[in-house]
Each structure stands twice: as structure tokens, then as C-alpha cells.
Design a protein around this ligand. Structure first.
Ligand SMILES: *[C@@H]1O[C@H](CO)[C@@H](O)[C@H](O)[C@H]1NC(C)=O
Ligand SMILES: *[C@@H]1O[C@H](CO)[C@@H](O)[C@H](O)[C@H]1NC(C)=O
Ligand SMILES: *[C@@H]1O[C@H](CO)[C@@H](O)[C@H](O)[C@H]1NC(C)=O
Ligand SMILES: *[C@@H]1O[C@H](CO)[C@@H](O)[C@H](O)[C@H]1NC(C)=O
Ligand SMILES: [Cu+2]
Length: 257
């Protein structure tokens, strides 16, 4: 299906020798400052243990297929890199995720935060802590197959890095947080592909009046999604969706205070 929609880009990637149409979150920027993430295509020994690393380790560009996988939280393996650092950012600032050659056009995207209770995100078990969603985007216009999804719109489609900017909520309590970016691609019928990556944030605020979301916004990974959720296990090419121009993003409401 992707081949039918995207011949020029696939041709470009064939030239570049990138056979697999997967990708991931490479780097982050805040206010023009770049923070480097993990690159699964580079030697891990040159990245793990480096003080500049802000992202948890993900060793493959392949998706996570199961809503019950422990790697749904922060990809595979999702472990912290020893001595890694965190991205300094203030509430109200824009965190921009930079993706390599993202290629899938269909499915929702979401951003989640989890406070690190001990103040050190390296000690956190990403499957045990509570996450809340701060941002999401799905189908912007048109139908499920040919319509414009944010996932299609955020891409430059010429091989250049793609940018995904998100504001840190202004009333958030400052502290150390994990940030989790997730792209869910649903272009293959009833075989959802989850692409999560996590980084560590040091969120600051001028005063101490910040808050956390109330009950009802907190989720776990795995746990946030049901296998039989019709938004996740979906065949977008089914005749019954022919004229459907709405899509319910899974995972519950966003906390967008
Ligand atoms: C991410 O940063 C590294 C190191 O600066 C750079 O080599 C790479 O091209 C960047 N990737 C993207 C997609 O911007
Ligand atoms: C977070 O940032 C504050 C302000 O710059 C700094 O004082 C603190 O040491 C940082 N904490 C961590 C764990 O990096
Ligand atoms: C979709 O709309 C077209 C044009 O109105 C109609 O012919 C078709 O039967 C509709 N399909 C479904 C599944 O409702
Ligand atoms: C579209 O909206 C209807 C009514 O709210 C809902 O039942 C349906 O599941 C939605 N369709 C999709 C694909 O999410
Ligand atoms: Cu892919």
C-alpha cells in the first residue's frame, strides 16, 4: 500500500539503500539547541555511556506490534544509557522531536510525560510508572486511507529530517520527567505498528505552583491500550470505512491545561 502512495520517496530511499520503511526519533531541539538521541544504525558502544546522550536506548527501527509488550513503553530495550543527561526545558517551551525519513502516512501520534518519582529518571522502571498524554493528533481531513493525517503532514517527504514540535504544559509541576513520543502506524490491515522513543527531561518553572493531572489521565505502558480497540486493530481499507472521516485516537484524553 505504501508503495502505491509514495513512489518517488521509495525510489529515493532505494537509491540511498534504505530498504526498510521504518524510522524513529533521532534528536530533540529546544530553542535552537540540539540534543542528540540514540541512533540504532550506529555502533552502540560509541553512544551508550556518553554524557551527551538524552534518550533511552532503542536498538532497532522495527516497530512494536503488541499492545502488551513491555517495549511499548520506550522501545526495545528502552534502558537508560549510563551517565546520560537530560534535556533542560521550561514549562511553556517547545520541545521539537526530529525524525529521520519517516515514511508512514496513516495513524495517530501522541506525546506522553511521566514524572520520575526519585528525581532520577535513570532509576525508573518505564513499565511501572504513571504516564499522561499531553499532545495528540490524528486524522486532519478526508477519509482514513487517502485523507491527511498529522503523520503525513509533519513529514517533509524529500529525505530531510521531519520536525514534530510540542509545548510543555505551562501549569505542569517542575521536575525530572520521561517524555515518550509515539507514532502508531495503521497502514497494514489489523497489524498496528507502534514506534515509541523516550528521553529524559529536566523541566523547570519560575514558581512552584505547578500541578500534575488528576486521576483519569494516568496510564501505564503496557496497559494504556486494548488489543481489540477498533482504533488500533483496524482495517482502514474495509468497505465500511469508505466514507469515514473521523478517527478516535486511542489512549484516553489529553491533559492540555
Ligand atoms: C541527529 O544528530 C546527529 C549528531 O549531531 C546527526 O549526525 C544526525 O544527522 C541527526 N539526525 C537528524 C535526523 O537530524
Ligand atoms: C535540573 O535543572 C536545574 C536548573 O538548571 C539544576 O539545578 C538541576 O541540577 C538539574 N537537575 C538534574 C537532575 O539534572
Ligand atoms: C460511500 O459513499 C458513496 C458515495 O456517496 C456511496 O456510493 C457508498 O455506498 C458509500 N459507502 C458506504 C460503505 O457507505
Ligand atoms: C467516528 O465517530 C463515531 C461516533 O463518535 C465513532 O463511533 C467511530 O468509532 C469513529 N470512527 C473511528 C474510525 O474512530
Ligand atoms: Cu515502518
Amino acid at each position: 500500500m505504501a508503495a502505491a502512495i509514495l513512489p518517488p520517496l521509495l525510489a529515493l530511499l532505494a537509491v540511498l539503500g534504505m530498504a526498510a520503511a521504518h524510522g524513529g526519533l533521532a534528536n530533540y531541539t529546544v530553542d535552537g539547541t540540539w540534543y542528540r538521541g540514540f541512533d540504532p544504525s550506529e555502533q552502540s558502544t560509541e553512544q551508550i555511556g556518553q554524557p551527551w546522550m538524552v534518550q533511552r536506548v532503542w536498538s532497532t527501527i522495527d516497530p512494536v506490534f503488541s499492545v502488551s509488550s513491555p517495549f511499548l513503553a520506550c522501545n526495545t530495550p528502552g534502558t537508560p544509557s549510563p551517565g546520560m543527561s537530560s534535556i533542560p526545558i521550561r514549562v511553556g517551551d517547545i520541545l521539537t522531536a526530529i525524525y529521520w525519513y519517516w515514511l508512514h502516512p496513516v495513524g495517530p501520534m501522541s506525546v506522553w510525560l511521566a514524572p520520575c518519582p526519585t528525581g532520577s529518571c535513570a532509576d525508573v522502571d518505564v513499565n511501572q510508572i504513571g504516564w499522561f498524554k499531553i499532545w495528540e493528533a490524528g486524522l486532519l481531513e478526508g477519509n482514513l486511507v487517502e485523507g491527511t493525517w498529522y503523520q503525513k503532514q509533519f513529514q517533509k517527504w524529500d529525505g530531510e529530517p521531519d520536525e514534530w514540535p510540542v509545548v510543555i504544559p505551562r501549569i505542569l509541576k517542575p521536575g525530572m520527567y520521561l517524555v515518550r513520543h509515539e507514532i502508531l502506524s495503521i497502514h497494514v490491515e489489523e497489524k498496528p505498528q507502534f514506534y515509541p522513543e523516550c528521553a529524559h527531561l529536566n523541566i523547570t518553572k519560575e514558581d512552584d505552583n505547578g500541578v500534575l493531572p488528576p486521576d483519569g489521565f494516568w496510564k501505564r505502558f503496557p496497559g494504556a491500550y486494548e488489543e481489540d480497540d477498533p482504533s488500533i486493530k483496524i482495517n482502514i481499507y474495509a468497505e465500511k470505512y469508505q466514507n469515514t472521516t473521523n478517527y478516535t485516537i486511542p489512549g484516553g484524553p489529553i491533559w492540555d491545561q
